[in-house]
Ligand binder design. Sequence first.
Ligand SMILES: *Cc1c(COP(=O)(O)O)cnc(C)c1O
Length: 374
Amino acid sequence: MRIPLSAPDLGPDDRAGLIRTFDDGWVSSAGPVVEDFEQAFAATIGLAYATATSSGTAALHLALHMLDLKPGDAVIAPTLTFIGGVAPIVHAGARPIFVDCSADDWNLDPDLLDEAFRRAAAEGLKVRAIVPADLYGQCCDIERIRRIADVQGVPVILDSAEAVGATNRGRHAGHGASAAAFSFNGNKIITTGGGGMLASDDAALIARARSLAAAARVPAVHYEHAEVGFNFRMLSLSAALGLSQLPTLDAKVARRRAIFDHYRRRLSGRPGLEFAPEAPERRHTRWLTAVVMDREITGVSVERLRLALAGADIEARPVWKPMHLQPAFSDAPVIQNGVAETLFANGLCLPSGSALTEADIDQVCDVIEATLDG
Ligand SMILES: *Cc1c(COP(=O)(O)O)cnc(C)c1O
């Protein structure tokens, strides 16, 4: 049987909640279910306000739209991330400036930020925001990024799409930024099928985002609009899944971490093979377990390993291809230290879904060992 990278982990409570919501007649965004999920999610992560969206990308799009970006504006983003964290920068009207990541946590390297601001100025661009990501389930160094952003006078909008359940100094991912976006896509640690959330301690910010996500309707019997909005509101059917998935979050984090530990127990003695680091005081959810191979030592490329796994019907995926290597961003400024390119060339994400069994993980390890012993 196929072993997928990160499949939805759904149970009888999800089915029951979904059917109850359907039977109550709540399928669109109308009704109480979306608001119930917003409040439950905000309470879980410890931020005061949250608004539910059709995707994590949409949540970031709303946050960036509210910055009123103009031609000549730039937004700093990590180069090692998923396009969903970057496309909204372009759609909101700014140019991305890419920054490499730190080997300590694979997230945006604060040491490169000053240079990114200098590069922007040299290119005649005005930096309006920093949008770091919390990659693979580990929080970025938000405190340091925030201090630099404060000196420069720009907000930090956090792409915490991959970090539901992660903590940094005991606080859930998303704290320390002006606003944070989360994703409940089918491959994330908890899922609403597709969906996202924008969360913040700023009541006005979330109220405006909620309005913009629902076509920016002003209360009136007819359709009245004081500004131009979007159709980004989450559906009740998705929110119903969110409400049943949320109470399982801790167990799903524990399961993903146990899967990581299983891989580490089986494979960590192998020369030339390393696991993604967990930085001090941060709780990595291990949403995806990622390994990095030194080909000089193993004699095997990650692509050869990936193909061997695919041959056994096991899905593995290279680490994110850096944005500055994407044809879509061939002309974007980038501040590099080489870490992102090394991780892309040598990194592989292994099956990590919380529904996988010990036998599944052993099977993946068997193929990895056989390939390395080749
Ligand atoms: C999943 C993801 C997103 C976007 O989430 P969607 O819900 O799929 O739109 C954004 N950024 C990162 C880093 C992601 O992994």
